[in-house]
Design a protein around this ligand. Structure first.
Ligand SMILES: *C/C=C(C)/C=C/C=C(C)/C=C/C1=C(C)CCCC1(C)C
Length: 254
């Protein structure tokens, strides 16, 4: 695939920006541990882990992009030197379940409710990512059929996750203090707004007919969505944990 120099530089710079965003967020959530009550620290640990894992994978993605490039030509044929899309999916396979556990952790629900939510959300999120992969890497004559098939299959667990977060979780929030329910509402909006970007970027793969501009759109789209869904999301989790800690009597450290 031949990118022009603007396209190539854009992808290169966006990957670089993704990498440093993940690293900076990892440090910030790590050193903020003491600013929240111990019961919310696990949520921050999850957030640090998510951005750390993503930072590692952006390092690999960045490296892979450089090695697969020769004068603006990016090798995408699945050969040994080709750009490796698997890093992204391995990253998601680890970070998406962790992000859901992070949400449950900051809510500090009862043990049974947390357990039951995790037991449903984690397998569903793993299935969503695993089913998306064969579509993402499909090439050749009937690539579009494969992309549509696995895109649809992956959407089923995606909708199930949304159902659990919006319908099931709401039921268990009824018995929570008013402030908590409101915060969760805001968190869920951020989640749906950022997670919705992934299937949209995936569609660009299908309709883009393997053109350079669709490659650029997908890579830039996934990277920006990652920054929102992991970094901005983690900072929101920190904010919620801070608010809840203060409401529960923690002294401000300033
Ligand atoms: C940090 C990474 C995150 C939050 C990744 C989330 C990814 C998704 C919500 C992906 C969803 C997909 C579909 C719903 C259908 C098409 C295939 C996927 C995997 C792109």
């Amino acid at each position: 695939m031949q990118l022009d120099s603007n396209q190539w530089n854009l992808v290169y710079n966006v990957f670089s920006f993704g990498l440093i965003s993940m690293l900076a967020c990892t440090i910030y959530t790590l050193v903020s541990q003491h600013r929240v009550l111990p019961k919310y620290r696990n949520a921050l640990v999850m957030s640090s882990m998510v951005t750390f894992i993503a930072g590692y994978h952006y390092l690999r993605i960045f490296d892979s992009f450089k090695h697969a490039s020769e004068g603006g030509k990016v090798l995408l044929d699945g050969s040994q030197n080709a750009f490796n899309e698997a890093y992204r999916y391995v990253d998601w396979l680890l970070t998406v379940p962790l992000l859901l556990v992070e949400v449950i952790a900051v809510l500090a629900l009862t043990r049974e409710v947390s357990r039951s939510l995790i037991m449903r959300l984690v397998p569903a999120s793993a299935a969503m990512i695993a089913l998306g992969y064969p579509g993402e890497i499909a090439t050749g004559a009937d690539a579009q059929n494969t992309q549509v098939l696995y895109g649809v299959l992956s959407t089923i667990p995606f909708l199930y996750i949304l159902y659990v977060l919006f319908v099931e979780l709401s039921k268990s929030l009824d018995r929570q203090p008013a402030g908590v329910a409101e915060t969760v509402g805001r968190l869920r909006l951020l989640l749906i707004a950022t997670w919705g970007v992934y299937p949209i970027a995936y569609i660009f793969n299908i309709v883009g007919d393997a053109s350079a501009s669709s490659f650029v759109t997908v890579q830039v789209g996934y990277t920006l969505a990652d920054i929102l869904a992991k970094c901005v999301f983690g900072l929101t989790i920190l904010k919620i944990a801070r608010m809840k800690s203060m409401a529960e009597g923690m002294k401000d450290d300033h």
